[in-house]
Design a protein around this ligand. Structure first.
Ligand code: NAP
Ligand code: NAG
Ligand code: NAG
Ligand code: NAG
Length: 265
């Protein structure tokens, strides 16, 4: 089966995911916000995978204008989308990136297809302040860690609601905690000060990005996962979620707010 895929990212886990998919013969679209970093990463992915079927397309998820033009470009040049991987994420969230979904035609027409959203175990500490979201268009005015965990909770709730909206389409969706790997947060003193409350001994195990992308690849590729659509994975295993991460009403509200804020409704 043709494995078309989109991987948001030019570094870390996203880049390793792209290398693996390209090695398996997928056509890989790397959607990254910086042309310079994105094109450099695309060349690395080509070299490391031995595949020439790797494409860079500009996408800045913090700009709705960029999201729209990415979607237009994508639909112009691509005839199918088998696996969409929402990998981009940032610890220091300047602006909240709310994923919203309008792949209404291309994903079902490529079915069986999948949407994989990279969340984090940090979603457990997340809280969504809808008043703040309405009023200030941000996930929070508090600490970086609070905003990050809220954004990761949004990823899980997004997947929960998306699954409902995809019923009967043969498109399935998953959220996940990737393998933790240390990108220097634990060693850079300025970062250590910023996140004082984090126990780095527990948090950042020095796994490699190759290990870090295994759960993403599992959710993207493992045959037979369809009955688990909407669920959350860690270490390539489906996990139970706390009530707030499978809250039907919150997931619906977040979806509707995302739609109205992005002008899709
Ligand atoms: N590493 C871990 O231990 C860990 C643990 C739990 C969850 N995660 C999650 O795993 C995912 C990947 O993380 P990582 O460790 O690979 O981090 P990373 O190396 O910092 O990669 C994040 C990627 O997101 C991209 N990005 C950020 N903002 C963007 C925007 N507005 N538009 C488009 N792209 C944007 C960045 O692009 P630029 O190069 O342009 O900045 C970067 O390529 C994230 O969602 C993260 O929250 C990671
Ligand atoms: C979904 O897949 C099943 C099994 O392959 C197939 O019978 C059904 O027609 C598909 N439905 C849609 C809407 O594509
Ligand atoms: C951090 O975690 C390690 C390993 O569990 C533990 O030995 C250590 O005491 C913890 N440090 C703090 C400050 O809680
Ligand atoms: C991940 O799963 C493997 C295989 O089941 C297991 O050996 C390993 O201990 C698990 N790792 C973590 C961190 O849970």
């Amino acid at each position: 089966k043709h494995l078309g895929s989109t991987v948001w990212s030019n570094t870390g886990i996203g880049k390793r995911t792209a290398v693996d998919l390209a090695k398996r013969g997928a056509r890989v679209i790397m959607a990254c916000r910086s042309r310079e970093r994105g094109e450099a990463a695309m060349l690395d992915v080509k070299t490391e995978s031995g595949s020439s079927d790797v494409v860079f397309m500009p996408l800045d998820l913090a700009s709705l204008k960029s999201v729209r033009s990415f979607a237009e470009n994508f639909l112009k040049s691509e005839s199918r989308l088998d696996i969409l991987i929402n990998n981009a994420g940032q610890i220091s969230v300047q602006r909240s990136l709310l994923y919203c979904f309008s792949g209404k035609h291309i994903l079902p027409s490529s079915a069986p297809s999948r949407v994989v959203t990279v969340s984090s175990v940090a979603h457990n500490f997340g809280h969504i302040d809808f008043d703040c979201l309405n009023k200030h268009k941000t996930l929070g005015l508090g600490s970086t860690m609070n905003k990050y965990s809220a954004s990761k909770l949004c990823n899980v709730l997004f997947t929960h609601e998306l699954n409902k909206r995809l019923q009967g389409t043969n498109v399935s969706c998953f959220s996940l905690h990737p393998g933790q790997w240390d990108r220097g947060w634990g060693t850079d003193p300025s970062q250590k000060t910023k996140f004082k409350s984090v126990n780095w001994t527990n948090c950042c195990r020095s796994e490699t990005p190759e290990q870090g992308c295994q759960t993403t690849l599992h959710c993207a590729l493992q045959p037979g996962l369809e009955p688990l659509s909407g669920r959350y994975f860690s270490n390539c295993t489906v996990r139970n979620l706390f009530a707030k991460a499978r809250d039907d009403a919150a997931a619906k509200k977040l979806w509707e707010l995302s739609e109205s804020m992005s002008g899709l409704q």
